[in-house]
Design a protein around this ligand. Structure first.
Ligand SMILES: [Zn+2]
Ligand SMILES: [Zn+2]
Length: 173
């Protein structure tokens, strides 16, 4: 796992900025069809108030993928917002006194002086990467019958054949 660490001994009280670039291979992504172009860039604003650290900013990355409908290779730049709060200790100890001041700010806990952000970044990227990714909005995809790319031209296959296929599926179910 990659080392994207916030070391409390290096974070000043108040606001400070942290930028980084990570090699995506270090984050151990499961999807083989997701291939990155270049590094994952982060630009964060850290706000420290004693042992509470708020992290806000953006990560950006460029990835190659195949369109889910027409299988055309595409590229896209993804930009994701980060908004996290880190508290020292364990959730149990703090459950009584912790107050969520801002909604949709997710709270995490750390021990010692180091906050490890690799896992969080990995989750954000996985969630941002849509299950169905299209080359363009409204991509018509491939004909299920002959494989023609319907964005290029209409193949003229009778729709009835595809319909009967659906009927058979229904009967089996
Ligand atoms: Zn497509
Ligand atoms: Zn066709």
């Amino acid at each position: 796992m990659v080392e994207v660490k916030l070391d409390l001994r290096e974070i000043k009280e108040g606001e400070s900025r942290k930028t980084f670039v990570i090699d995506p291979s270090q984050l151990e992504f499961p999807q083989e069809e997701l291939t990155f172009q270049g590094g994952i860039q982060g630009d964060l604003i850290l706000s420290r108030r004693g042992r509470e650290i708020t992290v806000k900013g953006q990560i950006a990355f460029r990835a190659n993928f195949s369109c889910s409908r027409c299988l055309l290779p595409c590229k896209k730049t993804f930009t994701e917002e980060i908004s996290m709060r880190y508290l020292k200790g364990s959730p149990k100890l703090l459950s009584g006194e912790s107050e969520i001041t801002e909604e949709n700010l997710s709270t995490n806990f750390y021990e010692g002086n180091v906050i490890e952000m690799g896992g969080v970044l990995r989750d954000i990227i996985l969630l941002s990467y849509p299950v169905k990714h299209l080359c363009k909005e409204g991509c018509k995809g491939l004909c299920q019958n002959c494989g023609q790319d319907l964005n290029e031209r209409d193949c003229g296959c009778p729709l009835a054949e595809i319909d009967s296929g659906w009927k058979e599926l229904k009967e089996i179910a």
